[in-house]
Each structure stands twice: as structure tokens, then as C-alpha cells.
Design a protein around this ligand. Sequence first.
Ligand code: PLP
Length: 452
Amino acid sequence: MAHFERVDIDPDFKTTMDLGAVLPQTAQIKDGHLYIGGVDTVELAKEYGTALYVMDELHIRTQLRNYLEWTRFHWKNVDVVYAGKAFISMAMCKLVEEEGCFLDVSSGGELALALASGFPAERIFSHGNNKTLPELTEAIEAGVGRIVVDSFEELERIDQLACERNLQQSVLIRVTPGVVADTHEYIQTGSEDSKFGFGLKDGLALDAVKRALQLPGVDFRGLHMHIGSQIFALNSYAKAIEVIVHFMDEIREQTGFTVAELDTGGGLGIAYGVPDEPSTIKQYGKVIVDDIKEHCEQHDLPVPRIMVEPGRSIVANAGVTLYTVGTIKAIPNIRTFVAIDGGMTDNIRPALYGARYEPVIANKADKPRDSVVTIAGKHCESGDVVVVNTPLQTAEVGDIVCVFATGAYCQSMASNYNKQVRPGVVFVRDGQSRLVVRRETYDDLMRCEVGL
Ligand SMILES: Cc1ncc(COP(=O)(O)O)c(C=O)c1O
């Protein structure tokens, strides 16, 4: 049985710049090569080796600034909390701090890395549906700004840990608004049947708020929701906001407490392919803030401090992955496999949920994509592909393949399957490159081995 659908598609004859919104902001073609941040990607491949993640620093900063601008345009009291799970490194934490944003971490490891980068603890939000006792302890002792509470057990644990230290921990309570976002089911999180948060319909969320208000070690500040990721239809947010502001009203009625903070999560979609037309940050900012204001007005509630938590839309299009073509296998009347020196270990998304990408050959970036191939990884799984049936410039062994929009959920989900060393990460800006995460070595692969 064929592992992949055999679809007869034609080459699209597009050249790199035709890929539009998929590209990093500073993508350019010079002398037939793809440049990002003013740096020749073919030279980057030579200098740092492949596979390699390359991130356009200006693109990341622009996205963070756009979020600040287009949310605060409608309401001054908004903070942007970058979701580190999309891509985190010490250099990224530094950049988020420099841009005046907050940081969301979802494990003790992410917290440790953020703190090691010097990121201020009070600007960190701690997430997760099952934070372990050591993780909660670390977060509270570090003095994180908010813990986003996901269960009754966690509420009691936070209270106990805080009281033992004579502290009060500020928390948000995560609510599942019962809205099914228009996205892949693996990345929907706001429906009632979700492992995340407290449901509204069965009264659990209200019980959680009431309990939080009773606990001396807990300083209840407000609510959090996150309805999913890679969302194109903004009306999913509008619906969820209507529901959650209604819940804020119910909280006031039932407890007398006025919710002071509302975090609407992340999720804005991005262009992975040329036909994708995601909403803009400007449109998103308007829907989030205006809808909260409008519903608060209807319920005669003060407008809370608003937080948004974007991840993918900050870094996805900023990042590309560079690979070297190692083998080309043309199977007559079936398909041509172009095999590269990476794959599911540096980008699990195609295997995990059939994600699609746009590739070009960086050293032929001005040529039309005049063939159709399947870009395969080097790992021991037939499902290890980067892009199935994709237009590409005619490939030869030694070419540098560039896959776009890999800045989010690729490096952060990378693995050592087949004992593959994970690639390094290079930031590029103004004609300069700097290595911010080095490629792993075989020694790294063995550093946890403690004996025979
Ligand atoms: C709680 C929370 N906030 C923010 C995000 C970021 O979402 P995105 O990368 O889609 O913007 C996620 C991602 O799943 C999340 O779970």
C-alpha cells in the first residue's frame, strides 16, 4: 500500500518571492540565492552546517510590536504574553523582554531557561494542565507573575506551598468556554471535552473561582481561556469572549468579586501555504479588545486588564529550516523522493497532523519551481516526510533546500529519534548572523548515560 496519496499535481513555476506571506519579512533574492536578514542562506548552510534553523530577528520583533500596537490601539491596558512553547531559547527570551512583552512557560524546563536568560520572574506566566509539585514549587519560589490554574488539586497545592512560605500567589483560572475553534482537532483546546481548564456548563469553573477566593495563599486575579491554535476564523474568538464575559458577570453576581484580568490565550493562524489567508494582527486586536469592551459594557462590568498569548504568529514565518539534498530517488510513474539531512526529528508536524509547507532550493531561489517531488527525511519511518507532492526547483544532490514557516513548533518539538543530533538555531539581522543555539554533538547525546 502506498504510504502517501498519489496526487497528480503540476509544477507551479513559482519562484521564491511569489510565495508572499509565507516568507520571512526580510526575504530577498540576490544572485540567485535566498537571503534572510541580509544574509545569504547558502553561506549560512556552509558556515553552520545543515540541518539548520534560521530566524529573522526583525520579523519576530515586528510581530511583537504589531501585537502591542494593535491591541493597545483599542484599550491601553493590554499585555502581550509570548507563548514560549512555540519557540524558546535564551536569545528569544531576551528579545521578548526587550520588546516589553511577558512570557508564558509551560514546564519547569521552560521556566528554568527563561530565568537563566535573566527574564524577570514577575513577567512570567506559568501554564500546564498537570504542573508537578516541584514545578509549582519552583514557580512560586521564583516569584512568577501568574500561575494559570488548571485543576482543583493544583489550587490546593498552590495554596499550601504559598502559605508555607508566607506568600500569596497570584493566579488566573483557566476556563474552557465550550467553543470549538475552526482548526485541526489536535490543536483545539476550548471545547468542553478537553483536558485543559474548567468547564462552564457543569459549574466547575464557578466552583474553582469560589474555592480560589477562599484560599489564603491564593490571590485570584482573573480568567484565562485558550480555544486552540492556527485559527483563521475570528468569530471563534468572538463567541468565546461573549461566553467568558457572561461568566465574569456570573462571578460578580455569585461572589461579589469583580474579575480584574482576562487572558484570551493565543491561536492566531499563519500562512503555511500560498493559498492561506489568515486574519491580520490588526483585525485580531480589534475583535479581541472591542468584543471584550462591548460585552463588559452590556453587563455593566469594568473592562479588565487584557492579556493575549500569541506563539505561532510571532515566530512561525520568521523561521526557515535549511537542509542539504543527499539522495534523489525517482520511482518511475510513482514519485521522486528528494531526501534531506533532517526530517521528523526537526519537524514533526507533517507526521503529527499532516502539516504542509512551501519549500524552495535556496541556491536556485530565482528559478521557477518546475518539478514536483516529495521531500523525505532521513529517519527510519516511512511517514518521515517534510513535504509530500510539492512543487520545487529541479533538485540536485548538494542543493540547499529551504522550508519556510518552520519557526514555530519545530525546534521546540524536536527529538533525538535515531540519535539524531538536533540542529542549531541562527538569528539573522542587518547582514549579520549569530548562533543562539548550537547544534548538538554526539557527546550531548551521551551526556545522560550514567553507566553500562
Ligand atoms: C495556553 C496557551 N496559550 C498560548 C498558546 C499559543 O498558541 P499559538 O501558538 O497558536 O498562538 C498555546 C498553544 O497551544 C497555549 O496552549
